[in-house]
Design a protein around this ligand. Sequence first.
Ligand code: SF4
Ligand code: SF4
Ligand code: SF4
Length: 170
Amino acid sequence: MDDVRSISRRALLFGRAAPVPASVVFRPPWARPEAEFTRACTRCDACVRQCPQQVLVRGADGLPRFDATAGECTFCGECVAACDSDAFAPSLDPPWTLMAQAADRCLSARGVVCASCRDVCPASAIHVPPAARGAAIVDAERCTGCGACVGTCPVDAITLQHVPATEAIA
Ligand code: SF4
Ligand code: SF4
Ligand code: SF4
C-alpha cells in the first residue's frame, strides 16, 4: 500500500504538488507539525547539542533547525532522545517529508561531468546521466531527505523541499 510519502512524492514528480519555497525552515526529524512543535519546544537546545552530525542549529527564534548544508542527518534519533518536551513524535514514519531536487544549474546538465551527489547518497537515490547529458535526477521513492547531497554539490544545485501530503493528494 502507498504511504503518504510515496503518494505525495509521486504527485510532486507529476506536478500536482506545490513545493514549499526554499526559504522555509526545516525542523529536526520526527518534529511534530510546526504549530505544535513551536508550542511544545522549550528552546533548551538539548537536541542541537546532542546531534553527532552537527546538522541542527539554533535559529534566531531559539528553535532548532535542520541545516542540510552542514551535512547529513543519519536518522540516529539522538535529538529525539535528548528532548524532554513533547515536541517530537517518535512514531512518525517517515520522520519527515523532505526530499532532494536538483536544479538546472547542475553541472551535468551543462556538459560538465560530475556525480558528487550520486556518490555520497546513502540511499542510492540519485541518477546522473552518462557523459553529462542531463541534470542529476532524484528517485523520489528512495530519497530520505537526509541532506548528504546538498552540501556536496559544487554549484549548490540541490535543495531539499517538503512534499506536503495535503496538497499532493488533492
Ligand atoms: S536524527 Fe541524529 S543526525 Fe539527524 S538531526 Fe537528529 S541527532 Fe542529528
Ligand atoms: S537527500 Fe539524501 S537520500 Fe535524498 S538524494 Fe540526497 S543524499 Fe540521497
Ligand atoms: S553534485 Fe551538483 S553539479 Fe554534480 S551532478 Fe550532483 S547536482 Fe549536478
